[in-house]
Design a protein around this ligand. Structure first.
Ligand SMILES: Cc1cc2nc3c(=O)[nH]c(=O)nc-3n(C[C@H](O)[C@H](O)[C@H](O)COP(=O)(O)O)c2cc1C
Length: 190
């Protein structure tokens, strides 16, 4: 999951996942800032934009849950070797966007209810939960952050760090150097 770099720190693979359809929207910019900080600290960074991969839906047949044939397989080597996961989503109708929601469901193949063997392969990594949304209340979607934590705890992940951009209509991420700095600091301190 990690190797020692020259300064004796542990270099991690940091996997960034971006939900929502925008190339350089609020979510992308904030995840990107965390990853920039991680790069500064000497970590390796990989980015997956969910708009560019096809993630299917779980099926069920003859008493078994069936994973779909989709692009998730392409992501698995990165997921299984990550030391940190930075997952970013715009809020859509009160929850994470549909791509992110579907991605989370697709990780069911690592759930011990699906496969004890696969569950061993999901790393005990840190999670950074990035949420961006229009409402201006910083705590408006604490329920989503609690939901992330519940999932990461279930997967045995070691930490669940939250980063929120509220009020992106009036205060887009690109105009918030304070928030970008906070994001970079999170990345540097992974
Ligand atoms: C389909 C849709 C649903 C949305 N629902 C909400 C919502 O329930 N609450 C909210 O505060 N903002 C909502 N928004 C606003 C987005 O969360 C906000 O603009 C976000 O920062 C967009 O991120 P992006 O620039 O990465 O796409 C919604 C936007 C869209 C397109």
């Amino acid at each position: 999951m990690g190797r020692f770099n020259r300064d004796e720190g542990i270099a991690l693979k940091v996997v960034g996942i971006i939900g929502g359809p925008k190339n350089d929207g609020n979510t992308f910019r904030l995840v990107r800032a965390v990853l920039d900080g991680a790069l500064d600290a000497g970590h390796t960074v990989v980015t997956w934009k969910l708009k560019d991969v096809y993630i299917g839906h779980l099926g069920h047949f003859a008493g078994e849950t069936l994973p779909p044939n989709d692009d998730f397989e392409k992501m698995q080597a990165d997921l299984e070797s990550m030391g940190a996961l930075v997952i970013g989503s715009p809020v859509w109708y009160g929850h994470v966007d549909t791509r992110t929601f579907n991605f989370i469901n697709r990780t069911y193949v690592y759930n011990k209810h699906y496969s004890e063997e696969n569950a061993e392969k999901w790393p005990k990594a840190k999670a950074v939960n990035v949420l961006t949304y229009g409402r201006e209340d910083e705590n408006a979607y604490d329920n989503i952050l609690d939901w992330y934590k519940m999932i990461w705890d279930w997967y045995g992940m070691t930490e669940s760090i939250n980063l929120v951009a509220a009020g992106t209509g009036n205060y887009p991420v690109e105009k918030r150097p304070d928030l970008i700095k906070r994001a970079k600091d999170i990345g540097r301190n992974l």
